[in-house]
Write a protein that binds this ligand. Structure first.
Ligand code: AGP
Length: 598
C-alpha cells in the first residue's frame, strides 16, 4: 500500500529529508515514487517509476522548508511516471499525495472536466488537487478549500496537500493512516521546530519520537510552528495529546502488532485486492499460453506448493482445463513428459527457492516456457522466467507465509476465470471476497480465535480435513500450525480418513473441518461426523453452521474463492497457538524464510 511523508518546519532541506524518510516505508511495497517541494519560484516536482532506494537526497539542492513525498502502489492506472504522485492542479500551485481509493472519482472527474480542468494521469488521486483548486475559487483559504474538497470525497483516503502561496501543510484522514511527528524546539521561544506527517512512524522515527495521532474524519493544518487538528465536516477543533514512542525501528515497522506474522495476516485486508489488480491483457495472454501449451505443469514448495495444488482444482472446476501439480522437489522425474510445447508454472514468494529453480532449469533444458508467479520483484526466479506475474503482497518478513499464499490463490483464480473466458466474473468475485476479508479480520473475530487457541494449546495432535480445493488448504493448515507452534498437525483429504488416518483420533483430539457451501459440502460433513463419532473436538471453518461443529468459525460464502477465505482463520489460529505456547512465530526453529539450498 502507498507510503506518504511530508515535512514543514525550520529545516531548509525538506525535499531530501522526505525522500530519505520514505525509504523507511519501502516495506509497504510500491512501484513508483515522487516528491514535491515549495520554493519562492513555486512548486517543484520530481517523480519516477522504480525504487526510491536509488534516489540520493543530495540530488535535491533547493532550499525549501515544505515538502511532500509518496511511494505509489498502483490501483487506478498503470505503473507510469505520469501516474506517480504528487499530482498538481491546473495552475500547478497545488500538489497532493494520497493513499487510498476515491470511489466517486469518475463523477468528480467529469464535473471538473466540464469546468475546464485538464487531467494528465489515469489516477483517481489527480482529481483531488483540481477539486481543491475549484474550491479555492470561492474561498481564498487553502485549508478551507482542502476541507471542502475532502467533504466531497467518498472512499478511504489519507492525503497531504500544499499550496505554492501558502506557508502551511494540510493533511486529512478517512480510512488510511496518518501520524504527526513533532520536532520539539530547544528554546522556550520556539517550543516546536517542525512537523512530520506520514502514513507510518518509521518515516520520521530518526528525527522525533513525539507523535500525535490523526483519527479518521480529521484533518490538520500546520505552519511548522503550531498545528490545529479539526473534524473534517464540522471544523470543530480536536485537541491531541503528544505520545512518546519507545519502539526500535523494527518495532515501528511492525506497528501495533507484536509480530510480523500477525501484521502480515492482517495485511490481507488489502493485499488480496492488490493481487487482483493485474494487467488484464497480460492475464489473458498467460491464459492463452496455458490453453495452447501441450501439457502444463505447476510446481512450488511448501505453502507455495499448496497454492499450486489448489490451482489444479481451480483450473479443473472453473475452466475444465487439466494442469499437473507436482512439489518442485519431485519434479525431476516429470521431465520425461516435457517437450518444447510444454509450459511450466512456478510459484514462489521469495523467488529464490532452490528446488523451484532446479525445476525451471529442467523445463528450460527441454525447451519449455516458464511462467513465474512471485512476490519479490527482481528475484532470481522472476528474472529467469519467460513470463512473470507479481502477487503484489508487499514484503513478507515472517517465515510463515500467509498473505503471499492468498495472493497466489487470487492470481490463480483470476487466470482460471480468464481461461474460461470469464475474467470479469473472476475479478468481481475476488474483489467482493477481498472486501469480505477486510470485514472478517476485525478485532472481535481475531479475539475469538485467540481464545480458541488458548483452549487447544495443550493438544498433542491437530488434524485438518478438506475436500476439493479445501484439501490443499488442509495440508497448508498443517504447515502453518507445525511451523510456528511445533504442535503435530496433519492435513487429510476428508475421504481418506476411513482408509487409515481415522485410527489416530482419540477423545478430545482437535479436528478442523474446512467447509464450503459447494457440491462437496455433504461429503466433508459426513467425514466430519466420522471424526466426531470417534470423540474428536470439531472446529468447523464454514460459511454455514452445522450441528457437528463444537466450535464454528464463520467465514464468508466465497464460492469458488472459498479456499482463499478458509485458510485465513487457520493462519490466525496457528499464530496464537505459537504465542500461547511461548514460541516466537516470526522466527520458528529450523526454518528459513527462503530455502535457497536443495
Ligand atoms: C511457508 O510458511 C514456509 N515458510 C515454506 O513452506 C515456504 O512456503 C516454502 O519454503 C516456499 O518458499 P517460497 O514461496 O519463497 O518459494
Amino acid at each position: 500500500m502507498c507510503g506518504i511523508f511530508g515535512y514543514i518546519g525550520r529545516r531548509s532541506d525538506a525535499a531530501g529529508l522526505v525522500v530519505e524518510g520514505l525509504k523507511n516505508l519501502e516495506y509497504r511495497g510500491y512501484d513508483s515514487w515522487g516528491t514535491a517541494w515549495k520554493t519562492e519560484k513555486g512548486i517543484s516536482v520530481r517523480k519516477d517509476i522504480g525504487k526510491i532506494s536509488s534516489v540520493k537526497s543530495a540530488d535535491f539542492t533547493d532550499e525549501t522548508s515544505i515538502a511532500i513525498a509518496h511511494t505509489r502502489w498502483a490501483t487506478h492506472g498503470g505503473v507510469t511516471k505520469q501516474n506517480a504522485h504528487p499530482h498538481l492542479s491546473c495552475d500547478e500551485n497545488i500538489a497532493v499525495v494520497h493513499n487510498g481509493i476515491v470511489e466517486n472519482y469518475d463523477a468528480l472527474r467529469n464535473e471538473l472536466k466540464a469546468k475546464g480542468h485538464r487531467f494528465l494521469s489515469q489516477t483517481d488521486t489527480e482529481i483531488i488537487p483540481h477539486l481543491i483548486e475549484e474550491e479555492m475559487k470561492s474561498t481564498k483559504d487553502f485549508a478551507a478549500a482542502v476541507r471542502s474538497a475532502c467533504q466531497r470525497l467518498k472512499g478511504r483516503f489519507g492525503i497531504l496537500a500544499m499550496h505554492a502561496a501558502s506557508q502551511t501543510l494540510v493533511a486529512a484522514r478517512a480510512g488510511s493512516p496518518l501520524i504527526v511527528g513533532v520536532q520539539k524546539g530547544k528554546t522556550k521561544t520556539s517550543p516546536v521546530e517542525g512537523y512530520y506527517i506520514a502514513s507510518d512512524i518509521p518515516a520520521f522515527l530518526e528525527h522525533t519520537r513525539t507523535v500525535q495521532y490523526l483519527d479518521d474524519g480529521e484533518m490538520v493544518v500546520t505552519d511548522g510552528k503550531s498545528i490545529l487538528f479539526s473534524d473534517i465536516v464540522s471544523g470543530r477543533e480536536r485537541p491531541k495529546r503528544e505520545v512518546e514512542i519507545s519502539w526500535s525501528m523494527e518495532q515501528a515497522v511492525k506497528g501495533q502488532y507484536e509480530h510480523f506474522m500477525l501484521k502480515e495476516i492482517m495485511d490481507q485486508k488489502e493485499s488480496v485486492a492488490r493481487a487482483v489488480n493485474q494487467d488484464e491483457e497480460q492475464i489473458k495472454t498467460l491464459a492463452k499460453a496455458i490453453r495452447e501449451a501441450q501439457g502444463t505443469f505447476i510446481v512450488g514448495c511448501g505453502t507455495a506448493g499448496k497454492a499450486c495444488m489448489a490451482a489444479e482444482y481451480f483450473f479443473s472446476v472453473i475452466a475444465q482445463h487439466h494442469v499437473n501439480f507436482a512439489p518442485a522437489s519431485e519434479f525431476k522425474l516429470h521431465h520425461h513428459f516435457l517437450k518444447p510445447e510444454s509450459l511450466l508454472i512456478v510459484v514462489s514468494q521469495s523467488g529464490e527457492t532452490a528446488d523451484v529453480l532446479e525445476a525451471m532449469h529442467i523445463a528450460k533444458s527441454k525447451g519449455a516456457k516458464v511462467l513465474a508467479v512471485v512476490n519479490v520483484e527482481g528475484s532470481t526466479i522472476s528474472r529467469e522466467a519467460d513470463y512473470t506475474l507479481r502477487i503484489n503482497a508487499g514484503p513478507e518478513r515472517a517465515v510463515a507465509s500467509t498473505k503471499a499464499l492468498t495472493g497466489q490463490l487470487a492470481v490463480f483464480l483470476l487466470i482460471a476465470y480468464a481461461l474460461a473466458g470469464k475474467l470479469q466474473d473472476g475479478k468481481t468475485l475476488l474483489l467482493e471476497t477481498a472486501a469480505e476479508i477486510n470485514d472478517m479480520l476485525n478485532p472481535r473475530y481475531v479475539e475469538r480465535i485467540r481464545s480458541l487457541a488458548e483452549n487447544i494449546k495443550t493438544a498433542r495432535d491437530v488434524f485438518i480435513i478438506g475436500k476439493s480445493w479445501n484439501y490443499p488448504m488442509a495440508l497448508e493448515s498443517a504447515i502453518k500450525i507445525q511451523e510456528v507452534s511445533y504442535v503435530h498437525a496433519e492435513g487429510f483429504a476428508g475421504g481418506e480418513l476411513k482408509h487409515g488416518p481415522i485410527a489416530l483420533i482419540e477423545e478430545g483430539t482437535p479436528c478442523i473441518a474446512l467447509v464450503g457451501k459447494d457440491e462437496v459440502m455433504d461429503d466433508i460433513i459426513s467425514n466430519t461426523i466420522e471424526l466426531k463419532a470417534r470423540g474428536a473436538q470439531i472446529i468447523g471453518i464454514s460459511p454455514v453452521k452445522h450441528d457437528v461443529f463444537d466450535e464454528w468459525i464463520k467465514v464468508p460464502n466465497a464460492g469458488n474463492a472459498q479456499a482463499l477465505v478458509n485458510i485465513i482463520p487457520v493462519q490466525v489460529l496457528a499464530y496464537f497457538l505459537a504465542v500461547t505456547r511461548g514460541k516466537n512465530p516470526d522466527m520458528p526453529r529450523n526454518l528459513a524464510k527462503s530455502v535457497t539450498v536443495k
